[in-house]
Design a protein around this ligand. Structure first.
Ligand SMILES: C[S@@+](CC[C@H](N)C(=O)[O-])C[C@H]1O[C@@H](n2cnc3c(N)ncnc32)[C@H](O)[C@@H]1O
Length: 245
């Protein structure tokens, strides 16, 4: 396990190096990450004056964008179990001149009353959660009307093993049918969903987690012909649920 990751029992994988996280996301993914965030925000139809919760907010990029949409009359809260992420998120929000509340909490136990937020969003964090179903139920509980989750989807057991060999903080990616069943069990009806393919360059992806050379070879081996010319596609699902009637 790298210094950047720690597996906390009952919580999931909490990332502890926020500056490193922002830098790698920026260098590796640039415009693609912006498009993915935009797609999530489009699907969540956040409006001026609404209240929004960002679960697994990391360094707060999505929460800050959401606050710019809801404006002065709206409120945004970001939660993450990593204190380091929250410190950086607060500093970024202050620099952006927006007021966002950040709290230390895990997705499986959200410290909010039922129906506290108009919309709940969660971006590329669910694959770190120790208990994703409990987390989706919690998001449904604190949402008044909608939950939008975006994450990489399951490809194969070999790819899951590759993800864990590269980054021990990875728990699991889920398939579209699995997401549908989590939503159904949480009392959410799937209202909309979109697939995206995010191209990913393999070597920088391995370097980011400081994966040792022997493990790098194993990861490449496990990914097999998913890798083409040093790149692979990351299938990603953005899924929106509304309270089932
Ligand atoms: C890959 S980062 C994504 C951060 C942010 N959502 C973004 O889009 O940039 C995953 C985040 O999930 C957080 N995380 C891990 N386990 C969690 C849990 N059980 N509940 C909430 N967040 C968690 C990590 O601390 C980390 O900040």
């Amino acid at each position: 396990m790298t210094a950047e990751h720690a597996m906390l029992r009952g919580v999931g994988a909490v990332l502890h190096s926020p500056r490193f996280y922002d830098a790698i996301v920026w260098f590796a993914l640039q415009g693609r990450e912006r498009r993915m965030r935009q797609r999530l925000l489009d699907l969540s139809r956040i409006r001026i004056g609404e209240s929004v919760l960002d679960v697994g907010c990391g360094t707060g990029t999505l929460a800050i964008l959401a606050k710019k949409i809801v404006g002065l009359s709206g409120t945004v809260c970001g939660v993450d179990p990593s204190p380091e992420m929250l410190v950086r998120a607060s500093a970024k929000a202050a620099r952006a001149g927006v007021e966002v509340r950040f709290e230390n909490a895990a997705a499986q136990a959200l410290p909010f009353a039922d129906s506290s937020f108009d919309a709940v969003a969660c971006r590329v964090a669910a694959h770190h959660f120790a208990d994703v179903l409990t987390a989706v139920k919690e998001m449904a509980r604190v949402a008044k009307s909608r939950v939008v989750i975006c994450d990489n989807t399951f490809v194969s057991e070999a790819s899951e093993e590759a993800d864990r060999a590269r980054d021990p903080s990875h728990v699991r990616n889920y398939s579209q049918p699995e997401w549908h069943s989590f939503f159904e069990l949480a009392g959410l009806e799937v209202a909309d969903e979109r697939f995206m393919n995010r191209p990913l360059e393999i070597q920088p992806w391995l370097d980011r987690t400081q994966t040792p050379p022997a493990d790098q070879a194993r990861v490449r081996d496990l990914l097999g012909d998913r890798i083409r010319d040093g790149w692979m596609d990351l299938p990603t699902l953005v899924i929106k649920g509304v309270a089932a009637a």
